[in-house]
Design a protein around this ligand. Structure first.
Ligand code: XUL
Ligand code: CO
Length: 437
């Protein structure tokens, strides 16, 4: 095959002093941090949908992306050729993983049978390329939101046939993920939500969603797929309200319908901010519940209120993200998946390299800074001391479940007033973080 990126060799680590825009300044894959290589900590993944299918179109204009290897057709040979290009890109970049939706990799046919056949034909090439390059599948997923049949959602559609169609799609995509040795499978509820409650039986729709996920769990068992299931929270877009609106809503839903043991969360930065939260907040909610699985790494724009899916370059963002990830024991099955797209104005193929190199370097720095903060210990020590009143005396009694309201009343009647609290020292802590940035 003719190289799609002939001017680019393997992207190498050249260190912080390098001025080479096509080299890593901070991502040294073999470097050890907290006993593990950067490669194993970060488990970077490239997404197929934005990187190889993004056209750059927006509601005001046509696509702008120059992708000379792509003939623009919906043919299988074009899809197979694109897959080979994708692997050239991912392996030159040095990312160990990738992720796809079924419909990104292979075109929809005239019926389900033909569509499944198309997916198999491209999956064959994906498998060959995975073997050739050593790049692995972090997770697969289904696009059950683009086709007009999903106008009212997939598993939450008012149309039972659409539920059935989506089930076939997930069944197939899960089987292909399994065949490709995928380490996970993600459920993002594309249009699982509503535009207006006037036409919506929300309770029934949520029950259908739960039913759908239970069927997926059963099928996973039936085919012996051992990968991790993820739910990806997002509060809106494309619908006004998505049922998986944020980490807390997802956890509540999973608990209510007895699904929690089967799922972890895939937390995406721009979805967190759309929900009115920080990424760190969402990671902490997931982590505290033992459900932090993977992340979709990107960022929004401070001044734009939608899902802009930009590449993450803020060192504060990556530092806070990695502080939470390390706190909860690091990635096991998940990784840092760049669910991000180059800007419409960044239309040359080489921009794909700049974007990913920048994101990988930003995360490598975030990881090293987070590890340095943890090694220094002052931040953790501060938080520990802040709760010292819970380590002995009345606090320890409450935590141990050995104090009733009556006991607390007796305690406080004797004492008369609560002990003085200490300062929260937010500014001091922000300055402390800046010592490391
Ligand atoms: C949509 C989004 C999806 C999921 C996978 O906002 O993030 O691409 O990551 O379906
Ligand atoms: Co995502």
């Amino acid at each position: 095959m003719k190289s799609a990126f002939p001017q680019i060799t393997e992207i190498r680590y050249e260190g912080p002093k390098s001025k080479n825009p096509l080299a890593f300044k901070h991502y040294n894959a073999d470097e050890i941090v907290e006993g593990k290589t950067l490669r194993d900590h970060l488990r970077f993944a490239v997404v197929y949908w934005h990187t190889f299918r993004g056209t750059g179109s927006d509601p005001f204009g046509a696509g702008t992306m120059q992708r000379p290897w792509d003939d623009g057709s919906a043919s299988i040979s074009n899809a197979q050729n694109r897959a080979r290009v994708a692997f050239e890109f991912i392996s030159k970049l040095g990312a160990p993983y990738y992720c796809w939706h079924d419909r990104d990799v292979a075109p929809e046919g005239k019926n389900l049978r033909e569509t499944n056949k198309n997916l198999d034909a491209v999956a064959k090439v994906l498998k060959e390329e995975q073997k050739r390059t050593g790049v692995k599948l972090l997770w697969g997923t289904t696009n059950a939101f683009s086709h007009p049949r999903f106008v009212h959602g997939a598993s939450t559609s008012c149309n039972a046939d659409v539920f059935a169609f989506a089930a076939c799609q997930v069944k197939k995509a899960m089987e292909v993920t399994h065949e490709l040795g995928g380490e996970g499978y993600t459920f993002w509820g594309g249009r699982e939500g509503y535009m207006t409650l006037l036409n919506t039986d929300m309770k029934r729709e949520q029950e259908h969603l739960a039913k759908f996920l239970h069927l997926a769990v059963a099928h996973k068992k039936a085919i012996g797929f051992k990968g991790q299931f993820y739910i990806e929270p997002k509060p809106k877009e494309p619908t006004k309200h998505q049922y998986d609106s944020d980490a807390a809503a997802c956890l509540n839903f999973l608990r209510e319908f007895d699904l929690l043991p089967h799922f972890k969360l895939n937390i995406e930065t721009n979805h967190a901010t759309l929900a009115g939260h920080t990424m760190q907040h969402e990671l902490e909610v997931a982590g505290a519940a033992g459900a932090l699985g993977s992340i979709d790494a990107n960022t929004g724009d401070e001044l734009l209120g939608w899902d802009t899916d930009q590449f993450p370059t803020s060192i504060y963002l990556t530092t806070y993200t990695m502080l939470s990830v390390l706190k909860y024991g690091g990635f096991k099955t998940g990784g840092v998946n760049f669910d991000a797209k180059v800007r419409r104005e960044s239309f040359e193929p080489i921009d794909l390299f700049y974007a990913h190199i920048g994101g990988m370097d930003a995360f490598a720095r975030g990881l090293k800074i987070a590890a340095a903060i943890r090694k220094d210990g002052r931040l953790a020590e501060f938080v520990k001391n802040r709760y010292a009143s819970w380590d002995s005396g009345i606090g320890a009694k409450i935590e141990a479940g050995k104090a009733s309201f009556k006991d607390l009343e007796a305690y406080m009647l004797k004492k008369g007033e609560a002990a003085a609290s200490s300062s929260g020292r937010q500014e001091y802590l922000e300055n402390l973080i800046n010592e490391f940035i």
